[in-house]
Design a protein around this ligand. Structure first.
Ligand code: HMG
Ligand code: MG
Length: 309
C-alpha cells in the first residue's frame, strides 16, 4: 500500500460511542478498536476520561485501556477534561496522546464542561503542564469553530485566538471542530485563513460532523487549503451529547473513498472498514450506520454474492 499522504484520525470508539443510547460491552469496544487498527488506521481515539455521570457510555475507559493490546505503529489517544481525567490517562499505559477540548461558544462550553471558556482554559493549562512534564503529546479540540447551535455564527478571529492560546499552552495538534455540522466550505476557508495567521496549518486537523450533509465538502475545502489530518468515525457513528441534533462525524469509509478515488493515499483498507461496519451494525448496534460509501459497498458485495461472483 502506498505511503499515506493524509492522516485519518479515527474517533469512532470515542465520539461515535459516546452518543449511543446504551453503553456497549467493553469486549465489543476492544474488538472494534482491533478491527480499526487492522484496517490500517494508525491513530485511534479510544475513549474519554470524563465524568461517568456525564458520559456513562464511556465509563469503562480505565478497564478498556487496561485490556487494550499495544500494537506497533498504532497510536491510541483519549479525551481528558481536567486534572482528574489526566490521572486516569496516566494510569492507562497504552495511551500515547492526551486530547483536551474547549469551545469557542460560551454557551456550548458551559453545557459541555460546566465552566466558562476562561475557567476551562485555566483548567486545561494544568493538564498541559502535566503533559509537558511527562513528555506526553497533547491534542486540543476547538469546538464550535464553524458555528454553534446556541449562539449561531462564530467569528473566525475568535477561533484563531483560541487556537493560538492552545498552541501557547503546548498543544502539538489542534483539531477544529464543526461540532454540530453546520459549517460550509466558504466558512471553512475563512476560518482556516484566520487560523493560519496564528498556527501553522501543519499543526491543524479538521473534525467535521455531518449533520447537514456538508462534511465531505468541508473536508475537501480544508484539504485544498492545506490541512492533512482529518478526524473521521467508522460508519459515520456519533455526535455530541451536549449539542442537540448533531449527527456523527464524516464517515471513515467516505473519507477514505474520497481520497483514494482522487489518488491521495490514506494507508487504510476500505474493504476492511466495510467489514468492520457490517460487524458493528449487525452484531453490536442492531441498527443501520449512515455512511454512504459503506452502504454502496455492502450493496455491491450482496449483488456479487447473488450473481455467484
Ligand atoms: P463537574 O460536575 O463540574 O466536575 O463536571 P467537578 O470538578 O465539580 O466534580 C464533580 C464530581 O465528578 C466529583 O466527584 C469528581 O471527582 C468527578 P464527587 O466528589 O462528587 O464524587 N469527576 C470525575 N470523575 C471521573 N473522571 C473525571 C472527573 N472529573 C470530575 N475526569 C466535567 C466537569 C468536565 C468533569 C464534566 O463536565 C464532564 O465530564 N464533561 C464532559 C462532557 C463530554 O464528555 N462531552 C463530550 C465530549 S466533547 C465532544 O464531543 C466534542 C469533540 O468531539 C469535538 C467537536 O465535535 O467539536 C471533542
Ligand atoms: Mg465531535
Amino acid at each position: 500500500m502506498a505511503e499515506p499522504e493524509v492522516c485519518i484520525y479515527e474517533v469512532g470508539p470515542r465520539d461515535g460511542l459516546q452518543n449511543e443510547p446504551d453503553a456497549l460491552p467493553t469486549t465489543a469496544k476492544l474488538e472494534l478498536i482491533d478491527r480499526l487498527a487492522r484496517a490500517g488506521l494508525r491513530r485511534i481515539e479510544v475513549t474519554s476520561f470524563v465524568s461517568p455521570e456525564w458520559i456513562p457510555q464511556l465509563a469503562d475507559g480505565d478497564a478498556l485501556c487496561a485490556a487494550l493490546q499495544e500494537r506497533p505503529g498504532t497510536r491510541y489517544s483519549a479525551l481528558v477534561p481536567n486534572a482528574r481525567g489526566y490521572e486516569r490517562f496516566r494510569a492507562a499505559r497504552v495511551l500515547s496522546m492526551a486530547a483536551v477540548f474547549i469551545s469557542v461558544s460560551e454557551t456550548h462550553n458551559r453545557k459541555n464542561v460546566n465552566r466558562s471558556v476562561a475557567e476551562h482554559l485555566e483548567r486545561l493549562r494544568s493538564v498541559a503542564e502535566r503533559c509537558r512534564a511527562d513528555g506526553v503529546p497533547l491534542r486540543a479540540y476547538v469546538s464550535t469553530a464553524f458555528g454553534c447551535v446556541y449562539e449561531g455564527a462564530v467569528a473566525a478571529t475568535r477561533v484563531a485566538k483560541l487556537a493560538r492560546e492552545l498552541l501557547d499552552l503546548g498543544a502539538a495538534e489542534i483539531s477544529l471542530g464543526d461540532t454540530v455540522g453546520i459549517g460550509h466550505p466558504s466558512g471553512v476557508r475563512d476560518v482556516l485563513e484566520a487560523v493560519a495567521g496564528e498556527v501553522p496549518l501543519k499543526r491543524i486537523a479538521l473534525h467535521l460532523h455531518d449533520t447537514y450533509g456538508r462534511g465531505l465538502a468541508n473536508l475537501q475545502a480544508g484539504y485544498e487549503a492545506g490541512v492533512r489530518v482529518f478526524d473521521a468515525s467508522l460508519g459515520g457513528l456519533g455526535g455530541c451529547p451536549y449539542a442537540p441534533g448533531a449527527a456523527g462525524n464524516v464517515a471513515t469509509e467516505d473519507v477514505v473513498s474520497l481520497f483514494e478515488t482522487a489518488g491521495v493515499a490514506t494507508g487504510v483498507d476500505l474493504e476492511a472498514l466495510v467489514s468492520a461496519s457490517h460487524w458493528l451494525e449487525g452484531t453490536v448496534l442492531g441498527r443501520a450506520l449512515p455512511s454512504r460509501v459503506y452502504r454502496a459497498r455492502l450493496g455491491a458485495r450482496a449483488r456479487k454474492a447473488r450473481s455467484g461472483g
